[in-house]
Write a protein that binds this ligand. Structure first.
Ligand SMILES: *Cc1c(COP(=O)(O)O)cnc(C)c1O
Length: 680
């Protein structure tokens, strides 16, 4: 399975196969943990055999944790997810125990846990991959990456990034004025780059130029032709020689969700005729020496290496041509796009990628070197703006399950001879379902149910009778589902049936706040229980959240190259918490979360690994109700005063007793101070 990975897919004829070299890369390096496939994990809906004893390894396979989790996430013998924030450099912690100990400190789920060591490891890895590629191809230049701030602007994270990036002169990329302000204030690494992208006004351009005076290597990337004018004006006025770049619209197409970032109709960048105009304008303003960087970005999460290669080839050629036109070219900035393997399939499916970080670095280095060699030009400093690949792994969202719909008992009672024909028919259907007729039985059962609903509408069926019909129909579907799962060529729409029969797991979460990408763009994230993994998950469920919105649900889950409509989950145990983790979600989502139904930011904790275990570096408490209400212009004191007044009136009319009024006020005030999520 999973052989979408094409390690030998190299552009340069001189390149050697890379298979032997993948020692310091992410998932594919794990030759000691080959992805083992079994017939089970290949079925669209794996159906664990109930006879064999369940093991932790079965859970690993089921949730594909080796595919997407290595080298940071795994399962221990106790059946808990463990985190190795420093990857193979040692040290790990038990995620379930961590959640419990945070709970004891009154830091409750839903909860975002950040592992700063993972962030450090991602930066190390990216730089190591480029260093290796540079050595391998004897590239006579260097790599200086930047982190695109838009990917995660949280202060603690940006500060960590700058600190961890220092040994590699890792810089920052800003895509807007607010991000520029963050970047100038946060970046303190001598020699690192500050790439200034996005739409610009004069204030933006001036600020970026003045940042040079502070010692920043701020490169203003021209994204619109108008910006050339701004840059010339600001440069003359301030008497500062800027460092400039141009963002080119490549004709090489991106793919997938963000494919529109590239191509002639892209929102950003200069089309080739505009690039030529920009060069001439700069030449006329005596600023052509300032033009030193070429930038392109063909979209995020590029799942196919061939797409990256096409873009690199085109961009390298543009770079060469710009130098020929007289620009003092020094930098080639290949943008973002380096993908994350969310489903662990190592394929070119949208939630995956068919290459690894080393393949990516090799291709960047080899393509650029070749183009420059042919043109007899010195090679540029290579810049990448990898956001997703750096920020995704470091955070884990922990949510607790509040309850499930699985408790509804669907065991049917036999139909009596005097019962409604439809009930007798359904009972008959139920009893005779077998491997031969289950397709027919499925259609019959649904048909009977539909008829029953219609009869009920005309008053011919009682509520009890309708309940009986629905239980019988449910029982039929359960029986049919069990048979269909065993059938390789299932004669029914198995996905539809699974979805129909899935239990609802009510999670203490707002999808709109904590997983907006799952709602807005069908982004897949690996989700799994973080404990009980030594135990077979016998339920199949979908997740629903706390909001009063039917979109507040998660009903698509990772599965090989496809998706599945259900997640295998455990039966809930009374009075015992059940925690799920959503992984790889540290990029983009955090600021996109919204206050739908007024569920606010979750608690966030930052965990550093120490020789003794771990250390809670920061706790950022989630929003209180008062804070969330302020966003919609309510003042807590005014609200309390209003309730007090209403209570006084009710007291006067003797509609409420004094103790009741006191209790109401106390609860009201306490709720205002509390977390917006439910207490577990
Ligand atoms: C969003 C963006 C990035 C980051 O892309 P990733 O795929 O997350 O690495 C880089 N550069 C630009 C210009 C962007 O808009």
């Amino acid at each position: 399975m999973e052989n979408g990975l094409n390690l030998n897919d190299r552009a340069t004829p001189s390149a050697q196969p890379l298979t032997t070299e993948l020692v310091n890369d992410e998932h594919q390096s794990a030759s000691s943990h080959p992805e083992r496939s079994t017939p089970h994990s290949e079925n669209i809906l794996p159906s664990p055999s109930p006879t064999s004893a369940w093991s932790v390894e079965d859970s690993e396979k089921l949730y594909r944790i080796r595919g997407w989790g290595e080298p940071y996430f795994s399962v221990n013998a106790a059946g808990h997810v463990t985190v190795s924030p420093k990857a193979d450099r040692g040290g790990s912690l038990d995620l379930y125990e961590l959640v419990q100990s945070l709970h004891q400190r009154d830091i409750h789920a839903p909860l975002l846990i950040r592992f700063s060591d993972i962030l450090a490891d991602r930066i190390e890895r990216l730089n190591a991959c480029f260093a290796k590629a540079i050595a391998r191809y004897s590239y006579p230049g260097r790599y200086k990456g930047v982190f695109p701030v838009k990917c995660n602007q949280q202060r603690h994270l940006v500060e960590d990034l700058v600190r961890f990036g220092q040994p590699h002169q890792f810089g920052l990329e800003a895509g807007s004025k607010p991000e520029l302000l963050i970047a100038i204030a946060s970046l303190n690494t001598p020699g690192s780059l500050l790439i200034c992208n996005g739409y610009k006004d004069l204030e933006y351009v001036e600020t970026a130029m003045l940042a040079q005076r502070l010692g920043h290597q701020a490169i203003i990337v021209i994204e619109q032709l108008d910006e050339v004018e701004l840059v010339i004006e600001a440069s003359h006025r301030l008497q500062i020689q800027p460092i400039l770049g141009v963002r080119a619209k490549l004709s090489a197409k991106g793919i997938g969700r963000w494919g529109g970032s590239a191509g002639d109709r892209a929102k950003f960048g200069l089309a080739i005729p505009e690039v030529v105009v920009a060069v001439e304008k700069l030449r006329n303003a005596d600023l052509l020496d300032s033009l030193q960087l070429l930038h392109f970005h063909i979209g995020s999460q590029i799942s196919a290496i061939s797409v990256i290669k096409d873009a690199l080839r085109e961009a390298s050629q543009i770079y060469v041509e710009l130098a020929r036109l007289g620009a003092k070219m020094q930098f080639l900035d290949v943008g973002g796009g380096l993908g994350v393997d969310y489903d662990g399939s190592k394929s070119n499916s949208a939630a995956s990628k068919n290459y690894n970080m080393q393949n990516y670095a090799n291709d960047v280095v080899a393509e650029v070197k070749e183009a420059c060699a042919e043109a007899d030009l010195p090679v540029p400093t290579l810049v990448s703006e990898s956001g997703r690949a750096i920020a995704s792994h470091q955070s884990v969202l922990i949510m607790n399950v509040l309850g499930s719909s699985e408790t509804l008992d669907l065991t049917p009672e036999p139909a009596q001879a005097d019962e409604h024909l439809i009930i007798r028919n359904l009972w008959e259907t139920y009893q005779t379902i077998d491997t031969e007729n289950y397709q027919e039985a499925y259609h019959d059962a649904l048909q009977f149910k539909e008829e029953a609903v219609s009869l009920f509408g005309f008053g011919y069926l009682s509520l009890q009778e309708r309940a009986k019909v629905e239980r019988l129909c449910g029982a039929c579907c359960t029986k049919i589902l069990t048979i269909a799962r065993q059938d390789d060529n299932a004669a029914v729409d198995l996905e539809d049936l699974e979805r129909r029969m899935a239990s609802l797991y009510y999670t203490n979460l707002s999808v709109f706040q904590s997983a907006p990408d799952t709602w807005a763009i069908n982004q897949l994230f690996p989700i799994m229980p973080i404990h009980r993994l030594e135990e077979e998950p016998t339920q199949r469920g979908t997740l629903v959240d706390l909001t009063c919105d039917s979109d507040g649900k998660i009903d698509q889950f990772i599965h090989s190259r496809e998706t599945k409509p259900i997640l295998e989950l455990h039966t809930l145990t009374a009075n015992k918490p059940y925690y799920l983790g959503m992984f790889l979600n540290g990029a983009y989502q955090e600021v996109m979360g919204n206050l739908h139904n007024l569920f606010g930011d979750t608690n966030v904790v930052h965990i550093d690994l120490t020789p003794m275990g771990y250390h809670i570096a920061h706790v950022v408490k989630g929003d209180t109700v008062t804070e969330v209400l302020e966003y919609v212009q309510y003042d807590a004191d005014d609200l309390i005063e209003e309730i007090r007044k209403q209570s006084e009136v009710a007291l006067q009319k003797q509609h409420i007793t004094l103790p009741e009024a006191q209790l109401l006020l106390k609860n009201y005030e306490r709720s205002l101070r509390s977390y917006t999520y439910l207490k577990s």
